[in-house]
Design a protein around this ligand. Structure first.
Ligand code: PLP
Length: 422
């Protein structure tokens, strides 16, 4: 990332960055780029959802959705999402409003009740560890911390986690029970897993007989370009490789319809589905089927989901284009940063010189621009190179976003040139 500069050139660039930073602070901004939340106008796209089911309370099979029961979720909703999540409807559950809750529950149940293929409950084992491709999603890491699960970082490549490392770690250590994967438009670097990665995850030899891939397909239909990326289905690949119970597939409509009032899904082998249902019968007498029915009536079918995501894309794409345009104009050719150009999902990853990310985030905060804390993309909040910054462009309005990214670029120049001048 270095570009050779003469001492005079560096002094000039640093002076300019300092001046720009003073101006930035003087503007008294108050902007927030922290979380990947849908913007209000994205939520407005689903306004009709909130007036549904509009007096109709029966599902296709005659179930009164207002009543208890139906732990698997409405069959017609599971049909809509089966293809999109690459899980047969019979093996897909429609649950509550959050896939993160399902991931939480799967960890708790694996700790407290014996998983298919397991020799004992995880809680009885001295140590449990998960592989964490980095950069990754902070809430996955928070779940591991919450339950005392050790986290082992694995570097990401353009095709997914570095599979040589993954294969070695899972083969040699029976304490390694799982891996977190966001296989499409991953949070935060937008990576889509290659077919070879999926095949190797499905087929690799694991020392733990109860190893699980937590396949968090949160951005399965969240395309930003005209060329939607398709990835190989993990569940099928696991079944073909003779490891049918290895995959836990998660997804939700949080960033399709409403982030607080959507529907979450779990897909897995018949044995895993039975295991989760057996645990869930103790936890719940059934999901919110009224919400599930209104999603059926609103989305109609898989093509309805795709058409809806086109409308989401029309709102999101200009924001991602603005981020790319401004970073290119302000930081292109400086040697101070590289950034991702995701084909979907919710994030842009900005990579700054080693040792600079925390300071960039601190200076941005001082100028009124709040970013996700540096390090959040790594287990224990520790990015050993201190180089990764996650940008979440979805929530602010376009004008605010542009201001925030321009300000961020000023901070990168300031901190980057300061470091070079030391
Ligand atoms: N998984 C990933 C990768 C996410 O980025 C997010 C939200 O940002 C979630 C899960 C949360 O999903 P849900 O709203 O279904 O709990």
């Amino acid at each position: 990332m270095t570009t050779e500069l003469s001492p005079d050139e560096l002094t000039g660039l640093l002076d300019r960055a300092r001046g720009d930073y003073q101006d930035l602070v003087g503007r008294g901004l108050s902007l927030d780029l922290t979380r990947g939340k849908p913007a209000p106008e994205q939520l407005d796209l689903s306004e009709e959802l909130l007036s549904l089911p509009g007096g109709r309370y029966t599902a296709e099979d005659g179930t009164d959705v207002r009543n208890y029961g139906g732990l698997r979720g409405l069959p017609e909703l599971r049909e809509i999402f089966a293809g999109l999540l690459q899980v047969p409807a019979a093996q897909l559950l429609a649950a509550g409003n959050s896939s993160l809750e399902l991931m939480h529950d799967c960890l708790v149940h694996a700790l407290l009740s014996v998983l298919p293929g397991a020799e004992s409950r995880w809680v009885e084992q001295e140590r449990i560890a998960f592989l964490c491709p980095v950069p990754g999603y902070d809430r996955h890491f928070a779940l591991c911390e919450r339950f005392g699960i050790d986290m082992i970082p694995v570097p990401m490549t353009a095709e997914g986690p570095d599979m040589d490392t993954v294969e070695r770690l899972v083969a040699e250590d029976p304490a390694v029970k799982g891996i977190w994967c966001v296989p499409k438009y991953s949070n935060p670097d937008g990576v889509c897993y290659g077919d070879d990665t999926v095949a190797r995850l499905a087929a690799m030899r694991t020392a733990a007989p109860d190893f699980r891939v937590f396949w968090d397909n949160a951005y399965a239909v969240h395309h930003l370009t005209d060329e939607p990326v398709e990835i190989a289905g993990l569940l099928d690949a696991c079944a073909e490789a003779g490891n049918p119970d290895r995959a836990f597939v998660f997804g939700s409509t949080s960033k399709i319809t409403a982030a607080g009032a959507g529907v979450a899904f779990f897909g897995a082998s018949p044995a895993n589905v039975q295991w989760l249902l057996a645990n869930n019968t103790k936890r719940s007498i059934g999901p919110d089927k009224v919400n599930q029915l209104r999603h059926v009536l609103f989305l109609r079918d898989a093509d309805g989901v795709r058409a809806h995501m086109e409308r989401q894309r029309a709102l999101l794409r200009p924001k991602f284009e603005a981020v790319a345009r401004i970073l290119d104009a302000e930081l292109g050719g400086t040697g101070l940063a590289t950034w991702t150009s995701p084909k979907g999902g919710y994030f842009v990853t900005l990579q700054v010189p080693d040792g600079c990310a925390k300071e960039v985030v601190r200076r941005a905060a001082e100028a009124g621009i709040v970013l996700t804390p540096a390090g959040a993309t790594h287990p224990y909040g520790d990015d050993p190179r201190d180089a990764v910054i996650r940008i979440a462009p979805s929530y602010p309005g376009l004008a605010e976003l542009e201001q925030a990214i321009e300000g961020l670029a000023v901070c990168v120049r300031l901190v980057g040139y300061e470091q070079r001048a030391r």
